[in-house]
Design a binder for this molecule. Structure first.
Ligand code: HEM
Ligand SMILES: *[C@@H]1O[C@H](CO)[C@@H](O)[C@H](O)[C@H]1NC(C)=O
Length: 348
């Protein structure tokens, strides 16, 4: 399984301790994901332990939840490959703002401003209508059961790894926090570490989760500065390899073209693999923050980049563990929060 992953597109694979479902055989574009270290017991016959997250949370209350997610995603990704990357990113942007509570999905209301208009999100996040479609279908199949926070996690897991469930939804959005706690692509290594540390994530999590940038794209505006005037000098970032720099300049001119996009991993943009780290070793990370992991004068981070570049399985193992850790940031459990009926609005 692991060996066959390499040349395949990312996506969808759901592993449980008992069985592996290879989804969508007829559609070889997407299957595969991560074999996921184990360690989750079912904890006896009761799977709804409301005070902790578990992958089995909906086994009895909504056993169809996964199938619904898979079928909506298959359709969405068949129409637009990039959607897998966009959906994976939503989980990150939800979890880093007051925990994984779907505060990200709320639209503007009288009581709060939506996080969707915060700086890291505006004109950048995608996939909200896919989440709406999953939610609408789940409301038909199992009404008022599957939270929007868990839908974001289920969708990220369909793109990558098995994640524990049981989160409930916030009753507010936190746009100000979204502006400050999601790291911008301009941070130096030390500040990236600090940003992740605030969320209870360490250096290994930082390097492993950044590996998400093995898929998806960034807009020119997210990396322009390093092409022309890093640190306010009118010089490019010295850690950028020259040929790659010149290619990037052609997609991203010094003025205009802000919305032109470029793959985060130009070598294998559609494949969830460890090429991202190999590129960084050669000065070909797209974002300043990607390159900082290796070129930021931080021995621990550079060593991790080297290890993941050399050993893909090691990357997958750590990615899976770190996704679980990120997905466990301050969940609302038990009777805290609510299960929204529409992910865009709090319940009445
Ligand atoms: C380490 C700190 C991180 C920074 C500074 C960062 C920054 C960014 C930026 C600036 C973009 C491009 C946005 C645009 O130009 O519109 C991007 C894209 C992306 N990020 Fe990150 N990111 C980080 C960590 C993560 C993590 C932890 C994940 C997921 C677990 C993630 C998943 C993604 C994905 C999949 C895309 C591509 C989205 C698409 O193509 O629609 N990133 N990131
Ligand atoms: C957050 O960022 C957005 C977009 O840059 C800006 O319009 C808004 O005023 C900021 N809000 C706060 C509360 O900082």
């Amino acid at each position: 399984m692991m060996a066959s992953m390499k040349h395949n597109l990312v996506l969808f694979a759901l592993f449980t301790l008992l069985s592996t479902f290879v989804v969508s055989q007829a559609n070889p574009g997407y299957n595969y994901g991560f074999d996921w270290g184990g360690g989750w017991g079912r904890g006896g016959s009761n799977n709804n332990n409301y005070n902790s997250l578990t992958p089995y949370f909906y086994d009895y209350s909504c056993p169809q939840a996964n199938d619904v997610v898979i079928s909506v995603l298959e359709k969405a990704i068949a129409q637009d490959r990039r959607m897998a990357a966009s959906l994976l990113r939503l989980h990150f942007h939800d979890c880093f703002v007051k925990g994984c509570d779907a505060s990200l999905l709320l639209d503007d209301s009288d009581n709060f401003v939506s996080e969707k208009s915060a700086k890291p999100n505006a004109n950048s996040l995608r996939g909200f209508s896919v989440i709406d479609e999953v939610k609408a279908t789940l409301e038909e199949v199992c009404p008022e059961t599957v939270s929007c926070a868990d839908i974001i996690a289920l969708v990220a897991r369909a793109a990558t790894v098995l994640l524990p469930l049981g989160r409930r939804d916030s009753k507010a959005a936190y746009m100000k926090l979204a502006n400050t706690t999601i790291p911008p692509p301009t941070l130096i290594a030390r500040k990236l570490i600090a940003s992740f540390k605030q969320q209870g994530l360490d250096e290994v999590d930082l390097v492993a989760l950044s590996g998400s940038h093995t898929i998806g794209v960034a807009r020119c505006t997210s990396f322009k500065k390093r092409l022309y005037s890093q640190n306010g000098k009118s010089q490019p970032d010295v850690s950028l390899e020259k040929a790659y720099l010149n290619e990037l300049k052609s997609v991203c001119p010094s003025s205009g073209g802000d919305n032109s996009i470029s793959p985060l991993d130009y070598a294998t943009p559609k494949s969830f693999d460890n090429t991202y780290y190999k590129l960084i070793l050669g000065g070909r990370g797209l974002l300043f923050t990607d390159q900082q992991l290796y070129s930021g004068n931080h021995p621990k981070l550079s060593q991790l980049v080297k290890s993941f570049a050399e050993d893909e399985k090691l990357f997958f193992d750590h990615f899976a563990k770190s996704m679980v850790k990120m997905g466990s940031i301050s969940p609302l459990l038990g009777t805290n929060g609510e299960v929204r009926k529409n992910c865009r609005r709090v319940n009445n």
